[in-house]
Design a protein around this ligand. Structure first.
Ligand code: C2E
Ligand code: MG
Ligand code: MG
Ligand code: MG
Length: 281
């Protein structure tokens, strides 16, 4: 009867829950040793200036491939965050990016900044600026070669503390942008107070451009807002020429997405954007 059906449903629910919890615990325990086993890597995705067509920088994106193969960041980054592992792993990202910037510079790569995604836990860390400055110093690069991507929720939970941290980063010459802009909640008065350089328009608003009139209206509004605050705009997830044409027409400054380049290994970035090798005769 109905009672039995309800019990079965609740058993199935319980089993599914247990499976999810077990999977998550297993991922977390594998993540605990991942740094030591050298299982993390970084991919770098280029950004392009729409007006000039030139490379403006890269974004470092974390990759994890353990014994059971690659796991997407949307799955493992939240586990790193909840477990606190994001602090050592985040420090590894910062160190690795600094060393990569140094190696690229030595190889004659154009000097463009590399952006790093920060988690709330890292941003709240008292000694974050020291960690960053030590990493830059250790690699022999200027901290001005770095940018950080923050999210709206990171800025709005404790705006006064966020503002203070941002000013310390800014004082070191580090660029700051808001990632996935439009998906969270920002107070416009705070946007004006924060020492920001750019807003990244979330991929969700770019995907159906220019056909979706609401997405188009949002994109235009974000670009107008950014420009009135003297911020650049970077559209995420640009995959085709039609989206690019619409963004250009509406005054967007930069694009990032599969159209210009997928996230790729550092060596591939050098092959594509580095100096042309002289052929030996
Ligand atoms: P995000 O910072 O917004 O990064 C953009 C995501 O969009 C990346 O996914 C990128 O591969 C993907 N993407 C770029 N262009 C296109 C496109 O044209 N089409 C489509 N469909 N996708 C595109 P990914 O690498 O899976 O990273 C997901 C998220 O994980 C990132 O979103 C970021 O929030 C987080 N993440 C990645 N690396 C790190 C890290 O080192 N630290 C922290 N805290 N978070 C990270
Ligand atoms: Mg990002
Ligand atoms: Mg983003
Ligand atoms: Mg996004």
């Amino acid at each position: 009867g109905a009672k039995q059906a309800g019990r079965n449903r609740s058993c199935r629910f319980q089993a599914a829950m247990n499976e999810r919890v077990a999977r998550r615990m297993s991922l977390e325990s594998r993540l605990r040793g991942a740094l030591g086993r050298g299982e993390f890597a970084l991919a770098y995705q280029p950004k392009q200036d729409i007006a000039t067509g030139r490379l403006t920088g890269f974004e470092a994106l974390l990759r994890w491939s353990g014994a059971e193969g690659p796991v997407p960041p949307d799955v493992f980054v939240p586990i790193l965050e909840d477990s606190g592992l994001i602090l050592p792993v985040g420090a590894w990202v910062i160190d690795t990016v600094c060393m990569q910037i140094r190696a690229w510079g030595d190889a004659g790569m154009p000097r463009v900044p590399v952006a790093i995604n920060l988690s709330a836990r890292q941003f709240q860390q008292e000694n974050l600026v020291d960690v960053i400055l030590a990493a830059a110093d250790g690699a022999g690069i200027s901290p001005a070669a770095l940018e950080f991507e923050l999210t709206e929720s990171m800025l709005m939970t404790d705006p006064a503390a966020a503002e203070a941290a941002m000013h310390r980063l800014k004082a070191a010459g580090i660029g700051l942008s808001i990632d996935d802009f439009g998906t969270g909640y920002s107070s416009l008065s705070y946007l004006k107070r924060f020492p920001l350089d750019a807003l990244k328009i979330d991929r969700a608003f770019v995907r159906d451009l220019p056909g979706d009139s609401e997405d188009l209206a949002i994109t235009r509004a974000v670009i107008a807002l950014a420009h009135s605050l003297n911020l650049r705009t970077i559209a995420e997830g640009v995959e085709d020429e039609t989206q690019l044409a619409s963004l250009r027409e509406n005054g967007c400054d930069e694009i990032q997405g599969y159209l210009y380049g997928r996230p790729m290994a550092a060596a591939d970035c050098l092959k594509r954007f580095g100096p042309l090798m002289e052929m030996a005769v």
